[in-house]
Ligand binder design. Structure first.
Ligand code: ADP
Ligand code: MG
Length: 286
C-alpha cells in the first residue's frame, strides 16, 4: 500500500501473515482507514530528520565562524606586537643603536607589515567571494616574468626553488596579478609545510590547449582522508591549537575560486611523508 502525502509518495505499507485469510474484510477496512495517519506520521519523521540535519549544518557553520574570528585575532597579534615593539625600540633608542641593528629592525618591521598586508588582502578576497564580487580579468599574458617574480619573492636559503620552464611558452589567458597571487599562495604553503633544506620545484609545460603549472614540495604531505577538503573554506589539516605554522586556512579556497574565474583548474596530489604537488592548468590564449 503506497503512503502518499500531498500527492508525493513517502513510503510503502506492507502487512504480511503466514496464515491464509489472516485479514478479514473489517480488518482490511480498518488498516485502510489508518493509512493517511501513518503516511502523515512517516512524513513528519522525514521532515524532522531534514530539519535536524539543516540545524546541525547551521551550528557547524556558526562554530566555524567563531573559530575563524579566534584564528584571525591570534594571527594578527604576532606581527602587530612585532611592529609596535620594534617601532618603540627605534623611537626610544635609535641614538644608541648601530646602523646594522637599525637596518635589521627596519627589515623586521617591514616583514611583519608585509604579513599583515597579505592577511588583509586574503580577508578582503574572502569577503568578496562571500558577496559574489571577487573578480579576475583574463587577458593574453606572458606568464614567465610573473612566475620568476613569485619565485624570487619566495625563494630563500632554507628553501631553494628549482624552476623548469618549457621555452618558448604560449601566452596564457589569465589575470597576471591573480596568477601572481595563486603562485605565491602555493609556494608559501610549499615552504611552510616542508622542512628547511628540501627543494621546491616549479615545472611549467604546454599541454594541448592548456599550460600545466606544478608546484611540488617534499614535505609532510596531506593525509588521504583530508585531501579532498584542502580547498574548502577555513580548512586546515592541523587544529589551530596544535598547529606549529601560521595561516588563516583560506589561501587555497581563494586559489580555487580565482582559478574558476579564469577558466583554469587546480588539483592536488599528495602522500604523507613524501610531499605534495599542486597542478594548475591555465587556458592558452588563442
Ligand atoms: N604543500 C602542502 N603540504 C602539506 N599540506 C598542505 C600544503 N598546502 C596546503 N596544505 C594543507 O591545506 C591547509 C589549507 O591551506 P591554506 O588554505 O593555504 O591555509 P593555511 O596555509 O592558512 O593553513 C593547510 O593548513 C594544510 O593543512
Ligand atoms: Mg596557505
Amino acid at each position: 500500500m503506497p503512503l502518499i502525502m500531498h500527492g508525493e509518495p513517502v513510503g510503502v505499507l506492507q502487512i504480511d501473515s503466514a496464515e491464509l485469510d489472516a485479514f478479514p474484510p473489517d480488518a482490511r477496512a480498518c488498516v485502510l482507514m489508518l493509512v493517511p495517519a501513518i503516511a502523515a506520521a512517516v512524513q513528519n519523521a522525514l521532515l524532522f530528520d531534514r530539519e535536524r540535519a539543516a540545524l546541525q549544518q547551521l551550528q557547524e557553520t556558526e562554530q566555524q565562524q567563531r573559530d575563524f574570528v579566534a584564528i584571525v585575532s591570534h594571527e594578527l597579534r604576532t606581527p602587530i606586537t612585532s611592529v609596535s615593539g620594534f617601532g618603540l625600540t627605534l623611537a626610544e633608542h635609535a641614538n644608541d643603536l648601530d646602523n646594522d641593528t637599525i637596518a635589521d629592525i627596519g627589515f623586521r618591521i617591514w616583514r611583519s607589515s608585509r604579513r599583515l598586508e597579505r592577511m588583509m588582502g586574503d580577508l578582503l578576497d574572502l569577503s568578496q567571494i562571500e558577496r559574489g564580487t571577487l573578480s579576475a580579468e583574463p587577458a593574453p599574458t606572458d606568464i614567465e616574468p610573473i612566475l620568476r617574480q613569485s619565485v624570487r619573492e619566495q625563494s630563500n636559503d632554507a628553501h631553494p626553488i628549482v624552476v623548469d620552464l618549457q621555452a618558448p611558452l604560449p601566452k596564457a589567458m589569465v589575470d597576471g596579478d591573480r596568477l601572481h597571487q595563486i603562485v605565491g599562495n602555493l609556494l608559501s604553503n610549499a615552504r611552510k609545510f616542508s622542512p628547511a633544506g628540501t627543494a621546491i620545484e616549479v615545472v611549467v609545460r604546454a599541454e594541448g590547449d592548456a599550460i600545466a603549472l606544478t608546484v611540488e614540495d617534499h614535505g609532510k604531505g596531506i593525509p588521504e582522508d583530508l585531501i579532498n577538503r584542502v580547498f574548502d573554506r577555513f580548512f586546515q589539516a592541523e587544529a589551530a591549537t596544535t598547529r606549529s605554522v601560521d595561516g588563516l586556512g583560506i589561501g587555497l579556497y581563494i586559489v580555487k575560486e580565482l582559478c574558476q574565474r579564469m577558466d583554469a583548474t587546480i588539483e592536488v596530489d599528495s602522500a604523507v611523508g613524501r610531499g605534495t604537488r599542486f597542478t594548475a592548468r591555465l587556458p592558452v590564449a588563442v
